[in-house]
Every structure is written in structure tokens, then in C-alpha cells.
Design a protein around this ligand. Sequence first.
Ligand code: IDP
Ligand code: MG
Length: 151
Amino acid sequence: MERALIILKPDAVQRGLVGPILTRLEQRGLKLQGLKLMQVDEALARRHYAEHEGKGFFAGLVSYITSAPVVVAVVGGKPGTVELIRAMVGATNPAKAAPGTIRGDFGVEIGRNLIHASDSPESGEREVAIFFRPEELIVEWGRAADPWIYE
Ligand code: IDP
Ligand code: MG
């Protein structure tokens, strides 16, 4: 069962964009499995972004993500969900992200790109496990609209 970790980064929270961004995911028909407000500490940031350790932007990335509260969510349940969310999020650099994408509609700079979304089902599993305890998630829950969204 495929799912993605979403982080509404500190700039999204500070700018009052939690609602508008979550609304887009909901309106698309995606289903939440978990949701919370939290402060990311340095150890968690370094673990989450381990693949970027050693890159020039790593220190700035860790200080950005730990600078203020974030909202983390788990979204998914269907094959293809991760790819669909990445398409909604847009290119890493908001200046290059297409209009209509979250980064393309709300962002300007790569170091303030509002949202993280897992880039593969495998990273989704890894990232969900480091941000959520199993008891914080509701993996299967019935929604009346499901048959109108999924064939
Ligand atoms: P992604 O978030 O689109 O998956 P990644 O390449 O995985 O992009 O990079 C992780 C995060 O690191 C980006 O979302 C962005 O916040 C930050 N980042 C990536 N490249 C740069 C850069 O060149 N300058 C500053 N920040 C960067
Ligand atoms: Mg990434």
C-alpha cells in the first residue's frame, strides 16, 4: 500500500498556507492517514535529509526545516499516489515549477519551497516511519466519496 510523507515546511506554516495546501490534496481526492503539527529537531532533520548530507545547501536546509513548526502528513493508499503528489508539488525550484503546482503557485526560491513530498514509494515508507508511530496513523478508513474518486 503506497503512501507519501508530506511536510508543510516552516514557510508554509508561517505564511498561513497549511489550509490551502491541504485543501488541494483533499480536493484531488487523496486520503489522509496521519496529520500533526511538530517541531523538527536537528537529529530528525539530518536523518530525514540524509541523502543530501555533504551538499552545499545541507546546513541551510537543516536550519530552515528546524527553524519553526511544520505540519507533517501521511497521504496515500493507492498505487501511483506518490507520483501524483510529486506532480502536484512541482519542481524543486519554485522558479521552475509549473503554474498550477503548489511550488509554482506559492513559491519563489528553492530554499523556501514550502512542501516536502516523498519521491518514491520506498522513500515514502522510510520517511513515514521516522515521523510517525504506527498508532498515530489510520491506514484504512472508509470514505463515502471513495467510489466516486476511485474506480
Ligand atoms: P525535493 O524536495 O523536490 O525532493 P531534493 O533535491 O530532494 O528536492 O532537495 C530537498 C530539499 O533541499 C528541497 O526541497 C529544498 O528545500 C532543498 N534544496 C535542494 N536543492 C537546493 C539548493 O540548491 N539550494 C537550497 N536548497 C536546496
Ligand atoms: Mg527529495
